[in-house]
Design a protein around this ligand. Structure first.
Ligand SMILES: [Fe+2]
Ligand SMILES: [Fe+2]
Length: 458
């Protein structure tokens, strides 16, 4: 399974081979591709940052130089971009091309199927990182430490993945920059550890930023394993996938966006969309999911809920649901950039300074993403307007000009902030349905009602 966020560009005019790839629907949803018949077209696609092209497959058949001139053109502009040469007839290539093997990432000889290319993508992007080599960090255990808060990422205590021995150095936060190290990497882990800490009122464990990416890898492997098992129910599977999403989201909030984190996010989205489709097929309900989850991490949960709403309004393709999912995962990035511990659901209790941050967060989030580049325009717009509504009495937050993705994220956001985190009763649920939900397009309203298993009166 690929875990890269972005697209591969295939530059080839060999009709039979390109048609073969275009027929591989399933693989194409996992490995998003763009096609160009000429280098001129390919150059145009490369220039558009929204495509986020991560790898190029260049056929020697497209030019008299058998790809050599094109390779140097690409390398001039994008020195780090991997470029593979596809040689359909290696025996007919001039010697200088085949001897140039080292200038290309690799020469792929006589590929017949798309899998010859996806295998290379897997090799390129699958993480070779392991979590088993984390060393004991220098800090002493069980004494109060002064550490920079921004260097440590929280993970929800209840989601902490227990193994017979700890792979990581684990800290508890006592105050703004006060920590205590409770476990060294390699220490045995007792099963009642979580309960002991919960009883003491501890909600999060902290892991140093550079170790935390290994923790995400570890969570990714765990959820992959659990998803494969038939004897495990969907609630447990959802919780595991959400745990992965929560840790990715925390890492985005605390140390910003990077290509590596977007690759992780892509795996989370593939896993969550797979589950959503499966749950729908089995006719299991969102209501059950809402009842079963606790105070989960906001953005990962919103991403999952948004995927469910998207699927319910008839957005079927994996690619489109993933687009909704990534926009949802990043929707509050403008808040966390200012304060990673910000909790949007506490809106009613905000002080003046927090209100100011809140007012700016859609615009600020859009700016952060546009600066990063590589996202679809719909994603920027959704982040910039996710609190705008199509209907309602608030003229400041009302607009006719908002897209479907924005509405889906808005609805998922409110479901989490209002319905889930507040554990609302039937009376309040009714209020939510009669007020908040009325501000969306009828099709969104209908989808949410259906997911909550409430039939709309005719
Ligand atoms: Fe927001
Ligand atoms: Fe939000």
């Amino acid at each position: 399974m690929s875990s890269f966020f972005g697209k591969a560009l295939i530059v080839d005019n060999t009709v039979k081979f390109v048609e073969e790839i275009k027929g591989e629907d399933k693989l194409l949803t996992e490995y998003a591709c763009l096609f160009a018949k000429s280098f001129k077209d390919a150059s145009q696609l490369l220039k558009q940052s929204k495509h986020n092209i991560r790898v190029v497959f260049l056929s020697s058949s497209i030019s008299p130089s058998h790809g050599l001139e094109e390779l140097s053109e690409i390398k001039k502009e994008y020195p780090d971009l991997p470029v593979f040469l596809i040689s359909h007839r290696p025996e007919r290539e001039p010697k200088e091309v085949m001897e140039n093997e080292s200038s290309f990432t690799k020469i792929i000889r006589s590929p017949e199927k798309f899998s010859a290319l996806t295998k290379e993508i897997d090799d390129l992007f699958s993480s070779k990182e392991t979590w088993t080599d984390v060393k004991v960090s220098k800090e002493e255990k069980n004494v109060e430490l002064n550490l920079a808060a921004e260097d440590y990422i929280p993970t929800i205590l209840a989601d902490f993945v227990l193994t017979p021995k700890s792979f990581f150095n684990i800290y508890i936060k006592l105050g703004p920059s006060k920590f205590i190290k409770v476990l060294n990497a390699g220490d045995p882990l007792q099963e009642d550890l979580i309960k002991t800490y919960t009883d003491k009122g501890i909600t999060h464990l902290y892991i140093a930023t550079d170790e935390h990416r290994k923790y995400i890898r570890f969570c990714e492997e765990s959820s992959k394993k659990i998803l494969k098992r038939d004897d495990i129910g969907s609630t447990k599977k959802i919780n595991n996938v959400l745990n992965l999403g929560a840790n990715i989201s925390q890492s985005l909030a605390h140390s910003g966006i990077s290509q590596e984190k977007l690759d992780f996010a892509n795996t989370f989205l593939t896993q969550s969309v797979g589950l959503i489709k499966n749950i729908r097929m089995k006719n299991e309900s969102l209501k059950k999911f809402i009842d079963s989850i606790e105070m989960r991490e906001h953005c990962a949960t919103v991403s999952f809920l948004a995927g469910m709403i998207a699927n319910e309004v008839g957005i079927e393709s994996l690619k489109s649901i993933k687009l909704v999912g990534i926009a949802a995962l990043l929707h509050d990035i403008g808040l966390y950039d200012v304060d990673p511990d910000f909790k949007e659901e506490d809106l009613g209790k905000f002080n003046e300074e927090q209100l100011k941050i809140y007012e700016q967060h859609q615009k600020h989030g859009g700016e952060i993403l546009r600066k990063c580049g590589g996202f679809d325009e719909v994603i920027y717009q959704a982040v910039e307007t996710h609190h705008m509504r199509r209907r309602g009495s608030d003229p400041l937050n009302r607009s006719n000009n908002i897209n479907m993705v924005t509405e889906i994220i808005g609805a998922a956001d409110e479901l989490h902030n209002i319905v889930i985190t507040k554990h609302i009763d039937n009376h309040n649920l009714n209020y939510f349905l009669m007020t908040n939900l009325k501000n969306y397009s009828p099709q969104i309203e209908k989808a949410v009602l259906k997911l909550l298993q409430i039939k709309k009166a005719a």
